[in-house]
Design a protein around this ligand. Structure first.
Ligand code: XMP
Length: 511
């Protein structure tokens, strides 16, 4: 542990990050680790309470993840959620078995006994259940606190030993009073201090960056995205001019994005090297239509340009990266959850420069905390709330060959969409939205003449994890206003289409 707080033991639930975030939202630090790492984390002396997450296995199944002895030996308060509750019960001699029929979704819970865990919680409320097993017999010393129609022990506790279990998921939005139950565990049972905030984080992070880097020089690749921008602002606060940021402009960014990044970071106390490499990118992309080839060309040229710029700097001691906590957890380094995606921030960067090490000051922050930190460091909201943008940029939002002219057309149309979405108050509500340019030309009338111009596509989606997505229902009046503005204001487009497919089977990007 890096800071005193709650240790979340990850038993493979898809909600493990959410559990840790809920704890942090309450102002208490939390970290996620696997059961194999629990002993080491406990040895830090900073753990004040433990949460065992849910998981997809049955406790009586071969290969089920165990409860390490160090958890109960620590004497710390424990809250088990779903599998975590069943595991705790199983370990202490209770009986866990399958339900007659699995309980899934909204379920009514009835409170049958009082407890500090349920302080201020009404006697019946709805919770989100997702389980096939339940605790049939509680271990000695435990008492039932609540039941559902199908679960004899929906909530239970051994108050004497500060051990608690809930069969449902208090961390998900669909559970009424879920945050209250988590906060009761934190403040009524663990009695944790509320000492986790972004302003306290800044002081600690600045101090630890200074300690780590000493008087060394640090290099950071700035993309203009949220993570690298916040990382730059934090490092600049800590080490000022000893940070050099290289911003490679491939000419495939959204309208005004490059100038905005340069303007923002020029104001900070750091060395900013802006490289306009657009000519090289457009000539490498000439005649290329295949989306995968475009990605490869942009990716390789980007790294080559970055490396060439870095080589000009002379001696650099550390390479900084805007890796955030979900990158760490999802690449399998945090806990036991399935390896969802590998993290490629490091891939291809200049190993031959001979860095002493990597600096990743956002490594323990969630995305929303990263944004909060960005605001606390004074970054503009336009950068902090920027929607995700793919590395290959507009090259994959121009179908077919990418030219400067087509990129200009799509930038102008996209700017209108963004402006109108913001005006309608939807810019933070839609997960990702953009305009892409098709390579289809259609006939239209403009003024008195016939036009034969490109059709563009508006894509707007709502998603949590970007693995699946639903089309966002833009109000029709808004859509038509955007379409009118695009065909009137952007030369080269005479038709606007709306993409209303879900992912899957479509993807979020068109290419
Ligand atoms: P898809 O199109 O796969 O997009 O549904 C899911 C998310 O990933 C982004 N994306 C990329 N990001 N390099 C990136 O850095 C890429 O090649 C790339 N392709 C897609 C996309 O914008 C969306 O947020």
């Amino acid at each position: 542990m890096r800071h005193r707080g709650i240790l979340v033991i990850d038993y493979g639930s898809q909600y493990n990050e959410l559990v840790a975030r809920r704890v942090r939202q309450a102002g208490v630090y939390s970290e996620i680790c696997s059961y194999q790492q629990a002993e080491r984390e406990l040895a830090s002396g900073l753990v004040e309470g433990i949460i065992l997450t849910g998981g997809p296995l049955s406790v009586y199944q071969e290969g089920a993840f165990p409860l390490p002895d160090c958890i109960l030996a620590s004497g710390l308060p424990v809250l088990g959620i779903c599998y975590g509750f069943q595991l705790l019960s199983h370990y202490l001699g209770g009986k866990v078995g399958p339900l007659a029929s699995a309980e899934y979704g909204n379920t009514a819970v009835k409170v049958t006994a009082s407890s500090p865990l349920l302080s201020g919680v009404p006697s019946s409320f709805n919770v989100f259940m997702s389980h096939r097993d339940c605790v049939i017999e509680l271990p000695r010393g435990f008492e039932t606190l609540a039941v559902t129609a199908g679960t004899p022990n929906a909530i239970a506790a051994d108050e004497g030993r500060h051990l608690y279990g809930v069969q449902f998921h208090p961390e998900v939005n669909d559970t009424e009073n879920g945050q209250k139950i988590i906060e009761n565990f934190l403040f009524e049972i663990v009695r944790a201090p509320r000492d986790w905030s972004m302003s306290s984080f800044i002081d600690q992070a600045v101090e630890s960056i200074r300690r780590e880097v000493g008087d060394g020089q640090v290099l950071l690749g700035l993309s203009g995205g949220v993570d690298s921008s916040v990382c730059a602002a934090l490092l600049s606060r800590a080490i000022g001019k000893r940070l050099t940021c290289v911003f490679v402009d491939h000419g495939l960014l959204r309208k005004d994005e490059a100038s905005e990044v340069v303007k923002t970071f020029s104001k900070l106390e750091l060395n900013l090297r802006y490289v306009d490499a657009s000519e090289a990118f457009f000539s490498a992309l000439k005649g290329v239509e295949d989306p995968e080839r475009k990605r490869k060309i942009v990716g390789k040229l980007f790294i080559d340009t970055f490396n060439a710029e870095a080589a000009k700097l002379g001696k650099v001691d550390y390479l900084a990266q805007g890796t955030i906590y979900p990158d760490v957890v999802e690449s399998g380094m945090g806990g036991n959850s399935a390896r969802i995606k590998s993290h490629h921030n490091v891939g291809g960067l200049p190993a031959d420069i001979g860095f002493k090490g990597l600096v990743e000051p956002l490594r323990y922050l969630f995305k929303d905390e990263t944004r909060e930190l960005g605001l606390a460091l004074g970054l503009p909201a336009d950068i902090v709330f920027r929607q995700p943008f793919p590395g290959p940029g507009l090259s994959i939002r121009v179908i077919g060959e990418v030219t400067r002219e087509k990129v200009h057309i799509v930038q102008e149309a996209d700017a209108i969409l963004r402006q109108e979405a913001a005006r309608a108050g939807l810019d933070r509500e839609i997960s990702q939205y953009y305009v892409a340019l098709t390579d289809m030309r259609t006939v239209g009338v403009k003024g008195d003449g016939r036009s034969y111009d490109y059709a563009c596509v508006i894509r707007a989606v709502k998603t949590i994890d970007f693995m699946t997505a639903k089309p966002y229902r833009l109000p029709f009046e808004l859509l038509t206003r955007i379409a009118d503005r695009i065909v009137n204001e952007v030369d080269g487009i005479n038709r606007v289409l709306f993409d209303c497919t879900s992912k899957p089977p479509a993807t979020i990007e068109l290419q």
